[in-house]
Design a protein. Structure first.
Length: 222
């Protein structure tokens, strides 16, 4: 059978359901975020036609260039920001995204809270944790995560839905997923955004509620 976006999506959904079943979880507890960064509308439309509704982008400018037109055609799309957010892009991000996975510092919490207050738009928020403590990677340091979530809640009145992580590429992801799940439990958070094309089944085993899958759906980004 020839592989298309639709057949690849069907395959991912089947593997998600299997991994959830094996973990004693309901398949409906895990949301598939189709990561469409670098791909244009012509690549995204077949996924929408295959009933995919939740998409992820890592850059605000790129998302702004492609999604408003698609959202006009399909009212029920949900858009997630999964890449780093600079404070000077907060206005555009709050206007465009339904969920922001990359809150990782106090200044960003403050600017997000101000913009959400100003506009009344309330994207859901996750705190990104740099579980591998990689200097080049975004995310709050693991030992500062509890304090950041408390600041978000108490000083800025923000509701934090969950945690997100991107394990180091050269390490086994399972310990990172286990750590994030434990931290989320301690903080009373419902959502865990973890797992990508190469490791989403492992992430589901460790409690992922949102997996972020790009190349396994859309192909290599080249
Ligand atoms: C690109 C990206 C993904 C998807 O990666 P794939 O390996 O293509 O599935 C997931 N999460 C983040 C934060 C990304 O930037």
């Amino acid at each position: 059978m020839q592989e298309t976006t639709a057949t690849r999506l069907a395959d991912i959904r089947r593997r998600m359901a299997e991994a959830a079943h094996e973990a004693g979880r309901a398949a409906s507890d895990v949301t598939l975020i189709a990561v469409s960064k670098t791909f244009g509308a012509e690549a995204i439309l077949p996924a929408i036609e295959a009933r995919q509704r939740v998409f992820g982008e890592n850059r605000v400018q790129e998302a702004k260039a492609k999604w408003p037109a698609l959202r006009e055609r399909y009212a029920d799309l949900e858009l997630h920001l999964i890449g780093p957010l600079q404070t000077n892009k907060v206005r555009e991000a709050v206007a465009l995204f339904d969920v922001i996975h990359t809150l990782d510092r106090e200044k960003l919490a403050r600017v997000l809270a101000e913009e959400m207050e100003r506009t009344g738009r309330r994207p859901r928020l996750l705190v990104q944790v740099n579980t591998g403590e990689e200097s080049q990677k975004a995310g709050v340091a693991p030992d500062a995560a509890v304090a950041l979530v408390a600041l978000c809640r108490e000083r800025y009145g923000l509701t934090i839905e969950g945690l997100m992580c991107i394990p180091p590429v050269e390490e086994a992801p399972a310990p990172h997923f286990a750590f994030l799940a434990k931290l989320g439990g301690e903080l009373g958070l419902r959502w865990l955004s973890m797992g990508m094309s190469a490791d989403f089944e492992t992430a589901i085993r460790f409690g992922a509620t949102h997996i972020r899958v790009g190349s396994a759906i859309f192909g290599d980004r080249g």
